[in-house]
Design a protein around this ligand. Structure first.
Ligand SMILES: NC(=O)c1ccc[n+]([C@@H]2O[C@H](COP(=O)([O-])OP(=O)(O)OC[C@H]3O[C@@H](n4cnc5c(N)ncnc54)[C@H](O)[C@@H]3O)[C@@H](O)[C@H]2O)c1
Length: 248
């Protein structure tokens, strides 16, 4: 079950953190994985950790032309993308700022990455998935997309809400073509490079019912399921992956 032999996957922002676990898990199931990151060296390090069935595909997801060129390159190298995981979602220079103090230039970082970046990647692969009658789109989101938090991440949360809304529509529009589209709303993750510092998150960590922060492997396992043939009746959903937390 849950095999991905013969599938081609694109995982964005997979040069560190959560994306590494996703790329490694899909490769273990047999997928050929295009490992994207803004920083080429990070993408190459992830590829090295996987071994044979992966290659680096560095580009900026916020640049539509770069996305289209990269998807064409991946198609030439490995075949058309069957599984898209939009994981890049923490912009370079993310600051913790209450909304009343945030500037439009700061707002734009989040909309550009979580909305436009994800939409560019979805549009670059969706037509082909529909034509071939099989595809999986998995959006990595956050509990901050649906819960208000006093952490200075309002625009981050708003951009996650927006992309979750788009996925629900894409899911229904593509449902008869064998394409599923789902979001995983992550709770607090514990890997190096995590987006919020330990002192700020300690009270939240203590409140997680499972008693620990999430890991990239936790997310990789959920992505493997959503990307599988067996998950073909699961679409249009935002699934909480958060150690049982009720409040994110
Ligand atoms: N870390 C957490 O606690 C947490 C919690 C909830 C949700 N998430 C979500 O999980 C996902 C991964 O988070 P993470 O903590 O692993 O992030 P991270 O910042 O550790 O790593 C993300 C990678 O994305 C790359 N990246 C940034 N902008 C990019 C762009 N424009 N194009 C291509 N690559 C780009 C970065 O270079 C970086 O290597 C994000 O969508 C994030 O919102 C994380």
């Amino acid at each position: 079950m849950f095999e991905a032999d013969g599938r081609v996957a694109l995982v964005t922002g997979a040069g560190q953190g959560v994306g590494v676990g996703i790329a490694q898990a899909l490769a273990r199931q047999g997928a050929t994985v295009a490992v994207n990151d803004l920083v080429a060296e990070r993408a190459e390090a992830t590829v090295a950790s996987i071994g044979g069935r992966a290659f680096a595909a560095p580009f900026d997801v916020t640049d539509r032309n770069a996305v289209d060129a990269a998807v064409a390159h991946i198609t030439n190298e490995a075949g058309p993308v069957d599984i898209l995981v939009n994981n890049a979602g923490v912009p370079v220079g993310m600051d913790l700022v209450p909304f009343r103090d945030a500037t439009p230039d700061q707002w734009r970082l989040y909309i550009d990455l979580n909305m436009y970046g994800s939409m560019h990647c979805i549009q670059a692969v969706l037509g082909g998935m529909c034509d071939r009658g099989w595809g999986r789109i998995i959006q990595i989101s956050s509990g901050a997309g649906r819960a208000g938090l006093n952490l200075g991440i309002s625009m981050y949360g708003a951009s996650k809400s927006g992309i979750e809304g788009l996925l629900r529509h894409v899911a229904v529009e593509s449902a008869r073509q064998g394409v599923t589209a789902n979001c995983l709303a992550l709770g607090m993750m514990g890997h190096a490079g995590s987006d919020v510092d330990d002192a700020a998150t300690a009270p939240l960590t203590r409140s997680i019912p499972v008693g620990r922060l999430g890991t990239p492997d936790d997310v990789g396992a959920a992505v493997v399921f959503l990307a599988s043939d067996e998950a073909s009746w699961l679409t249009g959903q935002t699934i909480d992956l958060n150690g049982g937390s009720v409040q994110h």
